[in-house]
Ligand binder design. Sequence first.
Ligand code: NAP
Length: 272
Amino acid sequence: MKKAGVIGWPVAHSLSPRLHGYWLKKCGIEGRYEALAVPPEKLAETLENLPKYGFQGVNLTIPHKEKALMSMDELDPIVRRIGSVNTVVVRADGSLEGRNTDVYGFMQNLLSSGVDVRAGPAVILGAGGSARAVLVALQDMGAEEIRIVNRTPERAETLKRQMGGMIEIFPWDRARSAMDGATLLVNATSLGMQGQPPLEVTIDGLARKAAVTDLVYAPLMTGLLKRAQAREHKIIDGLGMLLYQAQPAFESFFGVRPGVTPELRASMVEVL
Ligand code: NAP
């Protein structure tokens, strides 16, 4: 029986077991997908032992995505660009390959909603781990002008230095002007998530045809998305990214490319 899982600390909140469990059943695969609670000091040992315990691979969540790089035998090109691993594949010879599917997940979520990132300036709120993936995705999709707004501007400056391209940095108190005429707004901060402070930014400077997407998916309909909807912007929630980033991971563990369907979405929405 093929086996995979998700490693986090804590891990109980992870939706991955439900998601991969749904696909295993749907695809008729006799496999298992487990949640593994592993503290940071045990990560290297756990990863090293994956082949011994018969794992095809694992997903990684908070706080392991960066630290895991050191335990990989090989990194895919996206990991080398963004410096974080969300999928570990155990290869036939027992070596470990670090991949990152967040860039793909973000891209697919936008593409499936018909968003053209070349339509005008794009604004990213945040400069943390997921903002890196968003930035790479936008650049690879051809976005020409990207504005990053972050509470800690130095972190955004580092991102700009490492990634290059047409990037302008704005401090948090100038978020309003960063949005002037923008055709895409992405929230890649944790603000607006259950248990976190609300995201309070003014979006009235966005272009009328702008699309607004939030990486936060709990709640699904965030305060930002509600305000954007009230202004008749196209809105794209964060659940789509979560589902799409899991697609290539499932395929590398179980050998079948599963579908992202309305039925799958509905099954996930039930627990949000
Ligand atoms: P992270 O690396 O910890 O970055 C957090 C970001 O939020 C930083 O830019 C931080 O600014 C900002 N921030 C936090 N508190 C703030 C505050 N009070 N005021 C202003 N800015 C604040 O986190 P991450 O991994 O990028 O994740 C960010 C969010 O994306 C999380 O909610 C996560 O669940 C979600 N996410 C969703 C998906 C998906 O598939 N939908 C995938 C990945 C992540 P500073 O730099 O100033 O600290």
